[in-house]
Design a protein around this ligand. Structure first.
Ligand SMILES: [Zn+2]
Length: 155
């Protein structure tokens, strides 16, 4: 993400990042200049709760945005609940009953609602904008008012 903004020569300040997997965190930290990220959280849930981040464990809390609103939020979440690669993808209850469904539909959405970025880049599989099941027309994208953000598809 940072590399893309740098490649486009867009001036930016990385307010925070959240990543569950320590090896993935190490990957992006090892590939960025020291001090690039102001806060790095172990999870979106930690960030939403205002817990101290991994860079500042001595603090009582870290506000990932301090006093400013982020102008851009880049996010992604596990594709497992929405993926057409699953043989159960269009069976009733398969999407909303998936154990990782709440990561996107609760935590990621809560982050957008909390931080209110005017622009959001959210990476997800095409199944996210497809009906929940073979008997529905509603899609995960249509839930919880996230349609405020328009989507485009890129392959
Ligand atoms: Zn911090």
């Amino acid at each position: 993400m940072c590399t893309c903004l740098e490649a486009l020569e867009l001036p930016h300040q990385m307010l925070s990042a959240s990543e569950l997997r320590s090896d993935f965190r190490r990957l992006f930290l090892d590939n960025s200049q020291p001090g690039t990220f102001q806060h790095v959280f172990a999870s979106v849930e930690d960030q939403l709760a205002g817990n101290p981040c991994l860079l500042h464990p001595e603090r009582a809390s870290c506000d990932s945005c301090d006093d400013s609103q982020p102008s851009l939020m880049i996010s992604g979440s596990p594709c497992d609940p929405f993926s057409q690669q699953s043989g159960k993808r269009f069976q009733p209850g398969a999407v909303s009953g998936h154990k990782l469904f709440s990561v996107t539909m609760e935590s990621i959405i809560a982050m957008y609602i909390d931080k209110q970025p005017p622009i959001g880049l959210f990476e997800q599989v095409m199944g996210f904008v497809m009906p929940f099941d073979a008997f529905s027309t509603e899609t995960p994208y249509q839930r919880r008012g996230i349609t405020r953000y328009k989507y485009a598809t890129y392959q």
